[in-house]
Design a protein around this ligand. Structure first.
Ligand SMILES: Cc1cc2nc3c(=O)[nH]c(=O)nc-3n(C[C@H](O)[C@H](O)[C@H](O)COP(=O)(O)O)c2cc1C
Length: 376
């Protein structure tokens, strides 16, 4: 890439980032967070429908560099920065996300049955903590509608689908919960680039039963019986003690799990990075309060799994340095939501461009060479 290209992208990102922080963010942050999320989804979906607006988004946000490209499981990732599950719950943004600069995206979480989610309000901002408090409760259109929406579509980036258990008393019993996951998994499998089994939603009826090793064993055995031809990822909770985590890893390594997403939201309010007082008691926290928890999890999984699975680092990534830290600890791919909300959509290309600089500084020619470097 030429110096001119790099300089143009830097200046463009500074202008867009400044405009976002000075103009758009104050407007957005003065309004109800869920309404802003819905408005952004509608805008992104509309932009994705037209070639001219897709081109405009590319001009405003794209960035490419060969040192960011990786191929895993036969999927080509043009860069390691993906959209985490929870932003595009109903697969409305798949046409615009590549133009915003994402290297991959995860839809959902999608459940066996359509779900309205928990009663409102269910999304809050914690600006001092650079965090969101999330209590959506797996609002989504259900696996059948979402699979139908994606059938026959060709994507420009890998599109994974996260499946979770329907938020309802009817799925609390173990066999019913497994049947619900199996229905969602089977329904979305053929349209997904990979499928994530989300066992760590903190906001659903009956809690997180499949973080129990015995129940996880049953769930993953049921997934094995579906003989997936797509990669299977497992999304881990943020708040496990090391012994609990090892029990889950030991169970999962005897099943078909190709990757681990580290991690989901944290439930703990007694976290030094939660600055606000009187945080509502329901819901899980994203952003900076999850960062160190996710980093510890990545490190632990990398050492314990010894390169036998791909790790996706997720939680509190706002800058290239944040992403690079996760890569050095063992993550091959990164996911994010909250950093984009606090810093603006240009953050994806800012992070990718910054990663290229950090890789070059450390003598790497490809991002894959830096994965796990902190342990060597
Ligand atoms: C509004 C919102 C909704 C979310 N919904 C889901 C979800 O449905 N499934 C899931 O696995 N994670 C969900 N998450 C968690 C994110 O995927 C991610 O693990 C977490 O936010 C940490 O990343 P971040 O700090 O970059 O936001 C959600 C997060 C946010 C902010």
């Amino acid at each position: 890439m030429t110096m001119d290209y790099e300089r143009t992208v830097t200046i463009r990102n500074r202008i867009i980032g400044g405009a976002y922080r000075r103009v758009l963010k104050p407007l957005f942050f003065a309004r109800d967070p869920e309404r802003v999320h819905d408005l952004m989804t509608a805008t992104g979906a509309c932009m994705g429908r037209h070639a001219a607006t897709r081109r405009l988004a590319r001009v405003l946000f794209s960035y490419a560099h060969p040192s960011l490209e990786q191929t895993m499981f036969g999927l080509r990732f043009v860069n390691p920065i993906g959209l985490a599950a929870g932003f595009d719950k109903n697969a409305e943004l798949t046409d615009i996300l590549p133009d915003v600069g994402f290297g991959f995206a995860e839809i959902g979480s999608v459940t066996g049955e359509p779900c309205e989610g928990n009663p409102k309000p269910r999304l809050w901002r914690l600006p001092a903590s650079q965090s969101l408090l999330v209590y959506y409760g797996l609002k989504n259109d259900g696996c059948e509608a979402i699979a139908a929406r994606l059938t026959g579509r060709r994507f420009r980036i890998p599109v994974g689908i996260s499946v979770a258990k329907t938020n309802s008393p009817a799925t609390v019993e173990t066999a019913a919960g497994i049947a619900d996951y199996v229905k969602a998994f089977r329904t979305v499998h053929d349209v997904a680039g990979y499928v994530t089994v989300n066992i760590s939603c903190p906001n659903a009826f009956g809690g997180e039963p499949f973080t129990d090793p015995g129940k996880l064993d049953l769930l993953l055995a049921a997934i094995d019986r579906l003989a997936p031809t797509k990669p299977v990822f497992l999304k881990l909770p943020a708040d496990l003690a090391p012994g609990e985590l090892d029990a889950l890893l030991d169970v999962s390594t005897s099943h078909r799990v190709d990757g681990y997403i580290c991690s989901n939201l944290t439930k703990r309010r007694e976290n030094p990075r939660v600055i606000e007082r009187d945080v509502p008691t329901k819901g899980g926290l994203s952003g900076k309060p999850t960062e160190l928890l996710a980093n510890a999890l990545i490190s632990h999984c990398y050492r314990r799994l010894n390169g036998r699975a791909v790790i996706v680092g997720c939680g509190g990534v706002f800058t290239a340095e944040d992403a690079y830290e996760k890569i050095r600890l063992g993550a091959s791919l990164i996911q994010m939501i909250t950093g984009m909300i606090y810093r603006g959509p240009q953050v994806v290309s800012e992070i990718n461009q910054g990663l290229v600089r950090l890789l070059k500084r450390d003598g790497y020619t490809n991002v894959s060479q830096a994965v796990g470097a902190a342990h060597r």
